[in-house]
Design a protein around this ligand. Structure first.
Ligand SMILES: Cc1cc2nc3c(=O)[nH]c(=O)nc-3n(C[C@H](O)[C@H](O)[C@H](O)COP(=O)(O)OP(=O)(O)OC[C@H]3O[C@@H](n4cnc5c(N)ncnc54)[C@H](O)[C@@H]3O)c2cc1C
Length: 406
């Protein structure tokens, strides 16, 4: 039997579920197709975490999702320290410098995904197809025709690709991708530290790449994201715990005393991806399906969440006006808006990566002078902080404190 929907979201990750929740108070019928079933939050900290910006937190507040998170596992952080190894260059950010309580929040991805799932499962206008995946997709004039692995058949006015970095939907439509290898793999793991983190997010730039310590909900526990060249990542993964800890302490300047890795380490290859089209007739791309960036500034999912909020806003506007939500002409504004934001973010990541590239003493000196200047010039610093908090650029209504919505 054929089932018909207004919006079909392929991928029930953090970004896809955020879009579904953003469409909760509408008449639109929504299908979510998700390949894997979600497991429970583990007792010990999950190794995949995200720095959630102030703008994304506002989005979750407005959607009523934030109270559904396991609150004891959210870590607000008020300060951020960035420095270069074997140099005097450093910069420190504080929430008070922009009159805020927090700079952001470290949240395990699964905590967020489970909270979103709880919220979306309560929506009457959502049908889940999980575990299931798309097997075939045909884009017609008036609707898209979808066949799932289970054999179920759907039609939809709009298909939203929220199916991650290797998006099946994007590949199926032959949407060209601009991409480059960052020549880094990120090692992620949970680490116990001798000293407490004091709700500070820290990042050191070494000659091989950045190493971040993100504060977790226990004061002696942090989540690390250590970006190194692929060969180095292989070597680090092969070390036993004691030897890995030694390397970690050495690279992190012993900033939090002795570190001990807990549980397993994971290595993730890092690639910049930018889809040439974020929208086509009856299709829109959001989150990692549209773009992936280096995690050095912790902005990837924040960018994707803004995509979800922006697309939701455009869909609701279009549907309220009685227009066909799948027509490219009605998706064009979303596409232009999000491509501009993504390009800006990609360029910022590239500048940061290039800035810290190279060990030449003169380059290092110039870098340290620049960092010291930025640390002392408050308008420049305020700009940095605002960018990290997601307060720059054109924000969708759901990401504004509700008193500011026009
Ligand atoms: C090491 C590292 C650290 C990071 N740290 C941060 C950070 O601090 N802050 C930040 O903002 N970002 C960070 N990011 C980026 C962030 O993790 C991603 O941007 C985010 O997970 C993307 O979410 P998504 O929902 O778009 O995609 P995904 O999380 O990949 O979700 C896609 C979903 O689609 C499903 N799926 C895939 N294919 C199909 C199919 N064919 N049919 C049905 N379902 C399908 C998958 O099962 C999955 O559930 C980091 C990334 C890395 C690699």
């Amino acid at each position: 039997m054929m089932q018909s929907f207004d919006v079909t979201i392929v991928g029930g990750g953090m970004v896809g579920l955020t879009l579904a929740k953003g469409l909760a108070n509408s008449e639109l019928s929504i299908a979510i197709i998700e390949a894997s079933e979600t497991s429970e939050l583990a007792k010990s900290p999950e190794s995949r975490v995200s720095a959630i910006s102030f703008a994304s937190k506002t989005l979750f507040d407005n959607l009523g999702v934030w109270p559904l998170l396991a609150s004891e596992r959210i870590t607000p952080y008020q300060t951020m320290q960035v420095w270069e190894k074997d140099s005097f260059g450093k910069i420190e950010f504080n929430a008070k410098q922009v009159n805020q309580q927090e700079l952001g929040y470290i949240v395990e991805n699964k905590n967020l995904q489970l909270a979103l799932l709880t919220a979306v499962q309560q929506q009457k206008n959502v049908t889940f197809f999980c575990p299931d995946a798309l097997q075939n997709m045909a884009i017609g004039e008036g609707e898209a025709w979808l066949t799932l692995n289970s054999g179920k058949q759907l039609t939809s006015k709009l298909v939203v690709a929220a199916d991650g970095a290797n998006s099946w939907v994007r590949q199926q439509l032959d949407i060209p991708l601009t991409k480059w290898d960052y020549q880094h793999h990120a090692i992620v793991a949970t680490v116990k530290t001798q000293e407490i983190h004091q709700a500070c997010a820290r990042q050191i730039f070494t000659s091989q790449g950045p190493l971040a310590f993100l504060p977790l909900y226990e004061q002696h526990t942090s989540s690390i994201v250590w970006s190194v060249p692929p060969l180095q990542a292989e070597l680090l993964l092969a070390l036993d715990d004691a030897a890995f800890n030694q390397e970690l302490n050495r690279h992190f300047d012993n900033r939090l005393g002795l570190c001990e890795v807990q549980g397993y380490r994971q290595s993730i290859p890092l690639t910049m991806r930018y889809a040439r089209d974020f929208a086509k007739h009856r299709v829109a791309l959001i989150g990692d399906a549209a773009h992936t960036i280096h995690p050095l500034a912790g902005q990837g999912v924040n960018l994707g969440l803004m995509d979800a909020a922006s697309l939701g806003q455009e869909i609701l506007k279009c549907s309220a006006a009685g227009n066909d939500i799948g027509l490219y002409q009605h998706l064009r504004h979303f596409e232009r808006w999000r491509k501009a934001e993504a390009i800006q973010m990609i360029a910022s990541m590239e500048s940061l990566k290039q800035l810290f590239n190279g060990d030449n003493p003169i380059q290092k000196l110039l870098r340290d002078v620049a960092l010291t200047m930025a640390n002392n010039v408050s308008p420049l610093k305020t700009q940095f902080i605002k960018q990290a908090m997601g307060l720059q650029g054109e924000r969708p209504n759901l990401c504004l404190p509700q008193s500011n919505v026009k």
